[in-house]
Design a protein around this ligand. Structure first.
Ligand SMILES: [Zn+2]
Length: 136
């Protein structure tokens, strides 16, 4: 087996990669149109302004769509997660039973090495532990 090759880091995404190593997820917000986006780009994908600024995401989101991958007896979950800040990203849902996942499941950020060995933002469900029947 060959060693994983790290994804190239360029000046445009270096702050993003550095933040992941600190356990933080950065997205970009456009100062011209106010839209936020992910994956971070130098130019706003909505209005093509270069006035994009880094912002730390809350790490909260919800599953927009989920697909279960079954391989050799194991199941894993590939999903689109809509971040609380608005952008939607393709990611993996980890540390859970993939078959228990559903659309709109609230999730929170965890950072793990991806298939290529570099750190990647992934998510895990925020199942509530509220007592049955209790309600607020
Ligand atoms: Zn914009």
């Amino acid at each position: 087996m060959s060693k994983p090759v790290p994804a190239p880091v360029n000046p445009e995404t270096a702050p993003y990669a550095a933040a992941l190593r600190e356990g933080r997820l950065l997205i970009k917000v456009c100062a011209a149109c106010g839209e936020s986006h992910f994956y971070p780009r130098a130019l706003c994908p909505f209005c093509f302004s270069d006035r994009t600024e880094w912002r730390e995401a809350s790490g909260r989101g919800a599953i927009y769509a989920v697909s279960i991958l079954r391989a050799a007896g194991a199941a894993s979950a590939l999903a689109y997660v809509t971040l609380a800040e608005g952008p939607r990203m393709m990611t993996s849902i980890v540390d859970c039973d993939p078959l228990a996942l559903a659309v709109d499941t609230p999730v929170r950020l965890v950072i793990r090495p991806g298939a290529d060995g570099t750190l990647a933002p992934m998510f895990t469900p925020m199942f509530t532990s509220a007592p049955a029947g209790g309600g607020q």
